[in-house]
Design a protein. Structure first.
Length: 305
């Protein structure tokens, strides 16, 4: 009996990968290092040269790459690129896993598109950067949503590059949670950028000494995330609040004034301050910041439900 765990010719130990940018190439190398048979394709064929030298098989076209294996992974520029690459490919009986960055609506449409062509489909949202791939200790993972049957069947292969987190049958949920977490990241980076701008240029404040203070503060503030979730689920935006919006809004002039004193634009903070003011003006000054979620979902209009 063939040991499928060590036989690279086994269907469960082979994969076709379309897209060899930094992330796609990192995925390919992780599978190669784990003993998988990897067929690769890229629109610019020379991007495959190094991987072929490392043991991958080059496909002459995207359609040939799809034909080579049952498991097909796309890691391309955008959703339109996926459609173009697979336009002439026969997807009948294929397991199509798309880790291309896209929107929830694009993922849902691509799932219907793939299913109409006879393929099982998973959409993936990569929560990692290329250096984290193949490094389990780095903590990277991919959100997957869509066919649970496909996820369970291919869980071992998908877990080779980075960890896996299945988030439901709705194909759009991987992209949604990917974008939600990345949005939080950009919001945090906005605050970090503003903080460095304030202290930069002060001779007696060394940025390397300020950095750990900023890190500690950001980490300590992350504890508010769980409380926000509880308040949103209960509908009670005042429970456990220790610094209400009315008090915070009263302090806005200090933050804006300090920015101007330091020669720093407050533009990274003012949109959030504007939301806080609107929420207070609509009669919610005793709340914490959780009610701003409702204000955003209402399009910035009335925050009342």
């Amino acid at each position: 009996m063939t040991d499928t765990q060590s036989d690279p010719t086994s269907p469960t130990r082979s994969v076709s990968l379309l897209g060899l940018g930094d992330m796609g190439a990192a995925f390919a190398r992780a599978w190669l290092a784990a003993g998988y048979s990897v067929t690769v394709w890229n629109r610019t064929a020379s991007r495959a040269d190094a991987l072929v030298a490392e043991g991958a098989t080059r496909a002459e076209s995207a359609a040939h790459a799809v034909a080579a294996n049952t498991l097909v992974v796309t890691c391309l520029l955008d959703d339109a690129s996926v459609g173009e690459a697979l336009e002439s490919a026969d997807l009948t009986g294929k397991d199509l896993v798309d880790v291309t960055t896209g929107s929830p609506a694009e993922a849902r449409a691509r799932a219907a598109w793939a299913q109409a062509r006879g393929a099982r489909f998973l959409s993936g949202g990569i929560m990692a950067v290329p250096p984290m791939v193949g490094q389990p200790e780095a903590g990277g993972y991919v959100f997957y949503s869509g066919s649970r049957e496909l996820f369970e069947a291919r869980r071992e292969a998908l877990a080779v590059p980075v960890g896996t987190r299945y988030v439901g049958a709705d194909a759009g949920h991987a992209a949604l949670q990917d974008v939600a977490l990345l949005s939080a990241m950009y919001g945090a980076f906005a605050g970090i950028t503003h903080a460095f701008a304030l202290v930069r240029g002060e001779d007696e404040i060394a940025l390397k000494e300020f950095a750990p203070l900023l890190t500690e503060w950001v980490v300590s503030m992350s504890g508010a995330v769980g409380q926000m979730a509880e308040q949103l689920e209960s509908g009670d935006h005042t429970s456990g609040v220790v610094s209400n919006l009315a008090m915070q809004v009263a302090g806005i002039k200090t933050f804006v004034g300090t920015a101007h004193e330091q020669g720093v634009s407050p533009e990274l903070l003012t949109p959030y301050f504007d939301l806080m003011r609107r929420r207070v003006e609509s009669g919610h000054g005793t709340e914490g910041g959780t009610g701003l979620v409702d204000l955003l979902r209402s399009g910035g209009g009335s925050a009342d439900r």
